[in-house]
Design a protein around this ligand. Structure first.
Ligand code: AMP
Length: 114
């Protein structure tokens, strides 16, 4: 989608520190990390928010989840623990309107989140 920063990362127009890529998804380091491990996992398909995921996207959603698990294991935060976050719309603080999972770990995280 035009003017979507994450679509531009998918197309290679904007650089990113890519950690994973396949035909459906990519993962890259967050530009402004909030934890020692802070990775964004995104579908290549443009979905502005998690609310746009439809029945046909069920497999894709599962794929993003399993990709997060794989990266958590690769980064060695699977045993210590990690958080997977999807911010949706304004109150949650969503700032980039292309669906993304935040994979965060490597430090203790308080609950509830602020
Ligand atoms: P959210 O607030 O949930 O929409 O999260 C958007 C995230 O994208 C933030 O954590 C930003 O630091 C991150 N971000 C924005 N632009 C880039 C970029 N060009 N490369 C990597 N991460 C980015």
């Amino acid at each position: 989608m035009e003017d979507c920063i994450f679509c531009k990362i998918v197309s290679g127009e904007i650089p990113a520190k890519k950690l994973y890529e396949d035909d459906k998804a990519i993962a890259f380091e967050d530009l402004n990390p909030k934890a020692p491990v802070h990775i964004l996992i995104i579908p290549k398909k443009h979905l502005a928010t998690s609310l746009e995921a439809k029945e046909e996207d069920k497999g894709l959603m599962g794929h993003l989840f399993l990709t997060a698990n794989k990266l958590a294991q690769e980064k060695g935060i699977d045993r210590s623990g990690f958080r997977l976050v999807v911010n949706c719309n304004e109150d949650a603080g969503q700032s980039v309107f292309h669906l993304h999972f935040h994979l965060m770990g490597g430090r203790f995280m308080a609950w509830p989140p602020g």
